[in-house]
Design a protein around this ligand. Structure first.
Ligand code: ADP
Length: 158
């Protein structure tokens, strides 16, 4: 059984995240979307809210589950017997950070592989930060986030 972990903040999940998850769910037996809880970071949505939004957005994918984790992703991976971390690459600016993280994780757990997946041309420009900015100023969220996220974002920004 091949399990991949897709870690991130998902504050909130966007169509870019959904695209990556749909694609990797076809390659792996099981995908765990892992909400990384970082106490010193401030989020718009609490981790249970983010978990709920991800689950609602991915109802159509039967081999995907969602979990919350505080601490090192490698520790979660060891506990859950996964082999691969998946990260999305939008542009060159993502590359250096992702390469550094992949190497740190490899140092911590040599058995682990990081798989970088290119963002699709339709969604590469979408980011959680960007959609929050659009929502803050009442812009259209059409095509940027799943419908359930659209509703929650609009409620939060009221
Ligand atoms: P983090 O704070 O860990 O970067 P994010 O929720 O912003 O968490 O992103 C999680 C992962 O999803 C990262 O690998 C990021 O590069 C990727 N990602 C974010 N937006 C997109 C997108 N539009 N297309 C493809 N990958 C994306």
């Amino acid at each position: 059984m091949k399990t991949a972990i897709y870690p991130g903040s998902f504050d909130p999940i966007t169509v870019g995240h959904v695209d990556i998850i749909e694609r990797i769910s076809k390659i792996f037996d099981h995908v765990i979307v892992l909400i990384s809880e970082t106490p010193h970071k401030s989020y718009l949505f609490s981790s249970p809210e983010r978990k709920n939004l991800i689950e609602e957005s991915l109802r159509h994918l039967k081999n995907v589950s969602v979990d919350i984790h505080e601490g090192l992703t490698v520790d979660y991976i060891k506990k859950n017997r996964a082999q691969v971390i998946v990260r999305g690459l939008r542009a060159v600016v993502d590359f250096e950070y992702e390469m550094t993280m992949a190497n740190i994780n490899k140092k911590l757990d040599p058995e682990l592989e990081t798989l970088l997946v290119f963002a699709s041309p339709e969604t590469y420009y979408v980011s959680s930060r960007g959609v929050k900015e659009v929502a803050r100023y009442n812009g259209s969220l059409e095509g940027l986030v799943p419908d359930v996220v659209k509703k929650s974002l609009m409620k939060k920004m009221k």
